[in-house]
Write a protein that binds this ligand. Structure first.
Ligand code: ZN
Length: 314
């Protein structure tokens, strides 16, 4: 056991090395486009990350995941798929030449990123301008918010490599949980249990499991005092039945794994302030957004992995 603990973290596979190279290459592309268009690199990185999150084709060879629709790329009324940059711009297509070969190739990473950055630049380069450009492009509030939040996280930590997680409760406290995904729930009509309950005493600190931004905070009839955090993978982490919040925490705050956000309680199942209708526990839920809708998935396997990893770090 000791051998595994000592040697495993320093093992570096070829796949991990490749991942590091890919991230370096991506960052270089974002920064190059920032220099040319004045769109901050962390916004370009956030758009790219968001598009990667919603992508069905995960095996794509492309470095950049942004997919600009053909009609926008070539321009309305353009009769051909000729990629000559000057031809596309004659039809007011978005397609631009990012790598200096005279072509605006919708499958070329540099051309794609430069075309997106140029579109945004036309609307302006302030935070508000960028949000307006994103709204015009995606026409969906949650998408714009998620991209803005990912950008905020990248800017705050000044990197796109943010893979750490943490278990939501301190490991040295008494707690217990098991997989209750899909169990029946009585309150509020027939519904299933969308999450994992971690039982612990009142006041045990609750920590963020991920890097992310506080998207929601306040009372909810089922969840009581709850907080919701959106991570950079477009996942929403829902912490319910809290006794209270960390002082000063508010919507829009950036968090990292291990940051305290509140404490365990038994609030919910009634009007604001209702507490004690069930034993104190943290209800932890996870939801994934695919760009159209959000659905809940079982957090139990993640929790047990994060618990194991947190234990191994000690
Ligand atoms: Zn629950």
């Amino acid at each position: 056991m000791l051998f595994i603990l000592v040697f495993h973290p320093s093992e570096s596979s070829a796949e991990e090395d490749k991942e590091i190279d890919v991230n370096k290459e991506k960052l270089a592309l974002y920064k190059k486009n920032e220099a040319v268009t004045n769109i901050p690199w962390f916004y370009l990185a956030a758009i790219d990350k968001y598009e990667k999150n919603i992508k069905k084709d995960a095996d794509s060879e492309n470095l950049i995941s942004i997919a600009i629709p053909e009609i926008k790329w070539f321009g309305i009324g353009n009769p051909s798929k000729n990629t000559t940059a000057s031809w596309i711009s004659a039809f007011e297509g978005w397609g631009k030449d990012g790598n200096g070969d005279g072509k605006a190739d919708p499958n070329n990473d540099e051309d794609i990123l430069y075309s997106m950055a140029s579109y945004i630049e036309q609307q302006g380069t302030s935070r508000e301008d960028i949000k307006i450009a994103l709204w015009k492009y995606y026409q969906r509030e949650l998408t714009v918010q998620t991209i803005a939040n990912i950008a905020k996280v990248y800017q705050t930590f000044n990197t796109i490599v943010l893979e750490d997680n943490d278990f939501p409760l301190p490991l040295n406290m008494n707690y217990s949980y098991r997989n209750t995904w899909g169990d029946a729930r009585g309150f509020g009509g027939r519904r299933i249990h969308e999450g994992t309950d971690i039982f612990a005493n009142y006041g045990v600190p609750v920590k963020s499991t991920t890097y992310g931004v506080v998207e929601m905070k306040g009372w909810n009839r089922f969840g009581g005092w709850r907080i919701g955090i959106r991570d950079i993978k477009s996942r929403y982490h829902y912490y319910a039945h809290l006794n209270g919040y960390k002082e000063g925490i508010k919507v829009g705050d950036v968090v990292k794994p291990g940051d305290i956000i509140g404490s365990v309680g038994a609030t919910g199942y009634g009007p604001p302030g209702t507490s004690g209708k069930f034993p104190p526990h943290l209800h932890y839920g996870m939801y994934k957004d695919n760009g159209y809708s959000e659905w809940s998935f079982d957090p139990y396997p993640y929790l047990s992995r994060w618990e194991r990893e947190a234990r191994n770090k000690k």
